[in-house]
Design a protein around this ligand. Structure first.
Ligand code: EPZ
Length: 420
């Protein structure tokens, strides 16, 4: 298993270009199952999660080709069985359920395995698909779903932590080929949901209201092939913004959509980081001392849970007390004990982490536990004195395209050590 060795203390300087969004491309790849015609997906990031989704679609009978950052998916024929061994590798693959039901009227998909950040049930996905008339039973670790004809319906998709992103995606994709009109109330408003709706509409679907809590889908009999450029990854862009601030750097971020990042940019400004828009680019500059800020993760357009760990690192470097409350995933503080190994002072009180910031971090070997925690440990390594070794970086390769190359391009002293 690879690891990264980071020699800290170097301010990041220069320009970085953001890749396509992982959390947009995964459901868009699955949506290609809704037509027998080829779908061309541009700006598809080179990530292990995208490769996994390609393997899953291939196991369902689709043809998946990649040329650079362009993927072509053609599902001329589709089998209904989503294999456990593939699906357990990536929870996001649950979003094949809706398209398989929409295309074939039946789907047998493995229940996703466990996840370190939380229980992550899929009850809302199933509730939404049942509202469209699907008969669903769980048997032998598989979801067995069938519907002679999916029918449009009005449904409420809000859960104990608010809307569900992939649940909204699954229902939207099934409803796109259902008979009649579906109205989803308490739909997720994430930019990735909007990007999926735009892609489905370019395939001939009839979806309005994506990006708002009320999404309306008028089902159509058939969808055709389409071409689509995936939105930039707002979480990757925000991760580089925090890395720039944590390293006392000055970084220009190219290709990001600042209008997808308001909550994070607002918190960075509140902490005293200089955030400037220069044309399509964002410039992040850290001049001097930061101020502690409190953060609560919320559904979009609130502060993203996928930036909680990275922002916690910045607060460990900031003199004073800040309180970080995780409202989306119940056990998303796996990074706290690893940050303590670097000298951070963080106490957990229920859903909140109380960060006593300002103590300099010193390098040490640490273990990545999940995708965003590993990004946080890399940022901590960039700010720490001495060398930090981040182990199990396969987690980061799932969601950040060539992060070590991009960081070296900004002057970071980071090296990938293979098979460490
Ligand atoms: C998506 O996961 C993202 N993954 C996650 O990013 C992200 O953290 C999450 O949305 C929230 O923004 C992808 O898009 C592939 P949810 P998803 O359903 O859709 C509860 C990353 O780091 N819930 O919106 O699986 C759930 O347990 C990943 O890139 C139910 O209770 O998340 C959670 O507490 C991690 N029942 C909350 O809702 C359900 O049926 C939000 O989950 C579904 C969800």
């Amino acid at each position: 298993m690879d690891s990264f060795v980071i020699k800290g203390g170097v301010p990041l300087r220069g320009e970085v270009t953001i890749s396509g969004a992982k959390n947009a491309v995964l459901p868009i790849m699955a949506a290609a199952l809704l037509t027998e015609e080829p779908c061309v997906i541009r700006r598809a990031p080179q990530l292990s999660d995208v490769d996994f989704m390609g393997e899953i679609l291939t196991s369902l009978g689709a043809e998946v080709k990649r040329q650079g950052s362009t993927l072509t998916v053609r599902a001329a024929r589709v089998k209904g069985l989503g294999d456990y061994d593939l699906i357990r590798k990536m929870r996001g693959s649950i979003c094949i359920l809706g398209p398989l039901l929409g295309r074939r009227g039946e789907a047998v998909v493995s229940l996703p395995g466990g996840c370190v950040i939380g229980a992550r049930p899929i009850d809302l996905h199933l509730k939404g698909l049942e509202a469209l008339g699907a008969k669903i039973r769980i048997d032998g670790g598989y979801i067995r779903a069938g519907a002679k004809k999916l029918k449009g319906a009005d449904l409420f998709l809000g859960g104990r932590c608010g809307p569900t992103v992939l649940g909204t995606a699954n229902v939207m994709m099934a409803a796109a080929r259902a008979e009649g009109v579906t109205v989803i109330e308490s739909a997720a408003c994430e930019p990735e949901v909007v990007d999926l709706a735009n892609f489905l509409n370019s395939m001939g679907a009839n979806i309005s209201g994506a990006g708002s809590p009320t999404v309306r889908i008028s089902g159509v009999k058939r969808l055709h092939g389409a071409e689509h450029e995936v939105i930039p990854d707002r979480i990757e862009a925000a991760t580089f913004a925090v890395a720039a601030a944590a390293s006392h750097g000055e970084v220009t971020i190219r290709g990001a959509r600042a209008d997808h990042m308001h909550a994070v940019l607002d918190k960075l400004r509140e902490a005293g980081v200089t955030v400037e828009r220069s044309g399509p680019a964002l410039r992040i500059t850290r001049r001097g001392r930061l101020r502690p800020v409190d953060i609560t993760t919320l559904p979009y357009a609130g502060f993203p849970t996928d930036m909680q760990a990275q922002m916690m690192v910045l607060m460990t470097l900031t003199p004073g007390i800040s309180i970080i409350t995780e409202r989306i995933f119940e056990s998303r503080f796996m990074h706290v004990s690893e940050l303590a190994r670097l000298g951070a002072d963080i106490a957990i009180e229920g859903p909140s982490a109380i960060v006593k910031g300002g103590r300099p971090l010193s390098g040490a070997p640490v273990m990545a536990s999940d995708l965003r925690a590993s990004a946080a440990l890399i940022i901590a390594g960039l700010a720490a004195r001495g060398a930090t070794q981040v182990n199990r970086v396969y987690h980061i390769d799932r969601g950040y395209e060539k992060i070590d190359d991009k960081l070296r391009g900004l002057g970071a002293r980071i090296a990938r050590v293979e098979g460490a």
